[in-house]
Ligand binder design. Sequence first.
Ligand code: UD1
Length: 361
Amino acid sequence: MKIVHIVGARPNFMKIAPVMEAFARAGDVEQVLVHTGQHYDEELSKYFFEDLGLPRPDVDLGVGSGSHGVQTGRVMIALEPVLERERPDWVFTVGDVNSTVAAALVAAKLGIRVAHVEAGLRSGDWTMPEEINRVVTDRLSDALFTTEPSANENLLREGVPGERIHFVGNVMIDTLEGHREAAAALGVAEGMGLRPGAYLLVTLHRPSNVDAPERLGALLTALGEVAVGTELPVVIPLHPRTSARVRELGLESLLEPLVVLPPLRYLEFLGLMQDAAGVITDSGGIQEETTVLGVPCVTVRPNTERPVTITHGTNRLYDGDPHGLLDVVREALLAESELSRPPLWDGHAAGRIAEIVVRGA
Ligand code: UD1
């Protein structure tokens, strides 16, 4: 059996790593790794490959940044000849970035079976580019691997035949479990002079939070208020998209109360996250990782496609006036956490995927 795996952006790398390992263990499977080049910064891309032990990509499409149409189109144009040449039995896509939907479109039109890992998540928010990517990718997929029960319900409601849907758990948690110790051993917090359990960690990069000048300004101001109000250092590794907006809008002074870092490597970020008192984020994956780590998480969004992080985890949504963020963070830090892991988030999701695909081939 031959599989072509597609990755493009940072959150894809930690999802594909355990899947490739599981297929390598499963035996007679030829695997080809294609990096679209959507993320090309070393911090966003190369160091992730090193930290995760991912093989070097066999093919790098080098598409880079651009508008959604340009980026998606470039991936499609560059990927088509690769898939025509490789003619795999399956194209594996993960997550919800532009590279995911572009790859699914090309493969489906070539008559190659598409597998989607992390299928079925729905925010119901059509203004989110990722929501469009999820719905279209799932419609084009022959095997849909889901992380939580809500995803199965969403897919069945949309008319996806039940036999295509496989509830396997969360491959990103496989990666987390495999790297927790190595991340802790780095002692990142101590190395930065931070006391474990006595700082807050923030990530912000969604267009809805960082592209509108008033929204970004209000959120950064609110983070300054959180730093003062909680008396905890607020650490923020800045995504390139966010730092570009801060520069363009001249908002640098709002970063002064915060501890600003460049984007971190996977292990560094995991180390900081597991020792944080709490996390404030608009990321999808971090809602899931904090759930398993038992770290309180405030997600600055009106909705989540990952409701299990609220029902079974440490996540809460906040989309009110940014000035209210301090109170919500205080509440989150004080909340009694009754940790119960979402079902099948046990570190063995990728093994289940490989078994289903190899058995059904
Ligand atoms: C992408 C994904 C998002 C994911 C995020 C994780 C889509 C629609 N969005 O958003 O779902 O949560 O990755 O990081 O696919 N840039 C660099 N260097 C890079 C890559 C990007 O400087 O290596 C800058 C460029 O200014 C670029 C901007 O970041 O225009 C946005 O990059 P892009 O890949 O379009 O989307 P992300 O915001 O990273």
